[in-house]
Design a protein around this ligand. Structure first.
Ligand SMILES: Cc1ncc(COP(=O)(O)O)c(C=O)c1O
Length: 377
């Protein structure tokens, strides 16, 4: 974090995304950080070697620190960030986790179980009583909220407070919400991770992750993991992510507006059985999300009438929306999640996850409507 970043903590996040992570305002300084391509630095110095840090990483880390409210380390991917966190757990640790999380996280947890490294208790994170019962005697609570792709919302303030009162570590995957909608470290969580690949970078052109924490001992341990696992990001990708971050506020605002409109129309479409979007007043998670989130995100999941074949047909019939995995980019993407064998069995086979972008909402609706209609023929 630069001295300049320290002055930004009282600003609105819409301003922070624009102002954070820039060089100090000295004569003739660039307004953007440079892409530092050096693998090595003249000794003696604090950085020393490119696997330990550089000014481009520091700029993005400083910006996320301002937004999340915790010291940040960036990684080569969101998956690398998650693996770095799990690698800190002692052998035999009991972990409580959502049973409906991001597939990569689910695979990582299953591997820990298979190797005997950890015991995992899977819960419905939206069922607060179930989570509170499961955390007794555990070491670590892993929360993804809203979940990918079920869009269940965990009662983060209650769960974090309860876990911390029992001295249980709490990590939150904040990828779907971004720090603009919720800041779990400020609720007391120990760790927040992001797939920066998604909303923060925002243009489907980089893969990156981050880990943030307020605990300096934990920060040091995660830094060691990054140094010696070697899962480091390339400076150019980092620079692109920082450039993408500048428009996070306006992208989110527009994408969320589109998402609410599309979710409303989808819930009335005859080819749709069920819509999951916490922004809909009829959604079972709406009231909770409204109580502590500043928005509902821009991912919608919905079940298509006619089963997996009809859902596949819809995804193959769009013209504007791209049939592809991932989310959080300016362009709308959709896919039937069960085309991936690792998708959770509790996710319906006919569920499409739609990442709503910033296109014109009427163009998006025309595309969705024609694709859904052709899926029923
Ligand atoms: C919620 C969530 N967390 C983590 C990841 C992993 O991120 P990455 O693809 O950057 O490794 C993803 C990827 O889809 C995700 O959706």
């Amino acid at each position: 974090m630069s001295t300049h970043d320290h002055e930004l903590s009282d600003l609105d996040p819409q301003s922070q995304v624009v102002a954070a992570g820039r060089p100090s305002k000295t004569d003739d300084a660039g307004v953007n950080p440079s892409i530092n391509l050096n693998s090595t630095f003249v000794a003696p110095g604090a950085t020393g070697y490119g696997r330990y840090g550089n000014e481009t990483w520091s700029a993005l880390e400083g910006a996320i620190e301002v937004l999340e409210g915790g010291k940040t380390l960036i990684f080569a991917s969101g998956q690398a960030a998650i693996s770095a966190v799990f690698s800190l757990l002692p052998r035999g640790a009991v972990i409580v986790s959502s049973k409906n999380g991001y597939t990569g996280t689910m695979v990582a947890l299953r591997k820990l179980e298979e190797s005997g490294a950890a015991e995992v208790r899977y819960v419905d994170v939206s069922n607060t009583q179930e989570v509170l019962a499961a955390i007794k005697g555990s070491l670590f609570l892993w929360l993804e909220s809203p979940t990918n792709p079920g869009l269940e919302v965990a009662d983060l303030p209650t769960l974090i407070e309860a876990a911390k009162s029992l001295n249980i570590g709490v990590g939150v995957d904040n990828t779907f919400a971004t720090p603009l909608l919720q800041q779990p470290l400020k609720m007391g969580a120990d760790i927040v991770i992001h797939s920066l690949t998604k909303y923060i970078a925002g243009h489907s052109d980089v893969i990156l992750g981050s880990v943030s924490t307020n605990d300096s001992a934990l920060f040091g341990r995660i830094q060691e993991v990054r140094k010696f696992s070697g899962a480091i990001p390339g400076p150019f990708e980092v620079w692109l992510a920082l450039r993408g971050l500048r428009t996070l506020g306006v992208r989110m605002e527009r994408a969320q507006k589109n998402a609410l409109e599309l979710a409303t129309r989808l819930s009335l479409h005859p080819a749709v059985e069920k819509v999951r979007y916490p922004g809909l007043a009829s959604d079972p998670h709406h009231k909770r999300a409204k109580s502590f989130m500043k928005g509902y995100g821009a991912v919608i999941s919905f079940d298509v009438k006619g089963g997996p074949d009809a859902a596949d047909k819809a995804c193959a019939s769009s013209r504007l929306i791209t049939f592809a995995t991932s989310l959080g980019g300016v362009e709308s993407l959709w896919e039937r999640r069960h085309r991936w064998s690792a998708e959770s069995p509790t996710i319906p086979k006919n569920l499409i996850r739609l990442s709503v972008g910033i296109e014109d909402v009427e163009d998006l609706w025309r595309d969705i409507d024609q694709a859904l209609n052709s899926s029923q023929r």
